[in-house]
Design a protein around this ligand. Structure first.
Ligand code: ZN
Length: 244
């Protein structure tokens, strides 16, 4: 929803509020009150105004921040049930070739992946996907095979929404990971299981999710000190010639 839309909605809703009616006491003189749905509406307007007027650095400083929502409407960086059994609408999926055979991604994520791959190739970095979209059934068997520390529950995996890729040979340290930190984030991709608040999972430098540029910028702001520290470290290795 764009801002114009929200403002139009606000104007429409405020016109429909008949305040004069509320002010006429019917039974008790204390009748004047806002009904719950109107109160909810004003709360939402308040949240919207706070979020849009407050500088981003204040909202996301020290990781306190509000929720980060990706370009598809899913939250980023928190445990979330993206897909429920029987209601797995993840949009149109595109088939393409990965390192070990056919993979699928949501169309917008696939297009973003193609442009990322092209951009990386220009710098001599080859991005080779080994995993993309996973069905609930695939995630179920991975969960059974790897357990809760290495796999998400079915429906909770970012692979279930078709916007996430595991890249072969993107490790820590590696030249590719450094490049992705510098350019991938700018292009709207984030390593959601490398920078994560919970320590329940092992860190995954190869796992990159397409969230769109705005959400990626917010993700960056939330993790800036850690990301900048890792970039400095990896750049140091590159200079010494020890980075892969
Ligand atoms: Zn992954």
């Amino acid at each position: 929803m764009n801002i114009l839309h929200i403002i139009q909605n606000f104007v429409k809703k405020s016109k429909s509020l008949d305040i004069s009616k509320d002010m006429i006491p019917e039974k008790s003189p204390h009748h004047f009150s806002i009904n719950p749905s109107r109160r909810r509406f004003f709360q939402q307007v308040g949240v919207f105004l706070t979020a849009s007027l407050m500088p981003q650095w204040l909202l996301y400083a020290k990781g306190q921040g509000g929720r980060i929502i990706d370009v598809f409407g899913y939250p980023v960086g928190e445990s979330y049930q993206y897909v429920r059994p029987g209601r797995s609408s993840v949009g149109k999926l595109v088939n393409f070739r990965g390192a070990k055979g056919g993979l699928k991604l949501r169309k917008a994520a696939f297009q973003a992946y193609l442009s990322l791959k092209r951009q990386a190739a220009k710098q001599g970095i080859s991005l080779v996907p080994i995993s993309g979209y996973r069905s609930l059934a695939t995630q179920k068997s991975l969960y059974r095979q790897y357990g809760a520390s290495r796999a998400e529950k079915p429906g909770y995996s970012e692979h279930n929404i078709g916007t996430t890729i595991d890249f072969a040979q993107v490790q820590f340290p590696s030249k590719a990971f450094l490049w992705l930190l510098k350019e991938g984030i700018k292009a709207g991709w984030v390593p959601t299981y490398y920078y994560r608040r919970t320590r329940r999972f092992m860190r995954e430098p190869w796992h990159w999710r397409y969230v769109g540029k705005t959400a990626a910028k917010r993700f960056y702001l939330a993790w800036r000190p850690q990301i900048e520290r890792d970039k400095r470290y990896l750049e140091g290795l590159q200079k010494k010639g020890t980075g892969k």
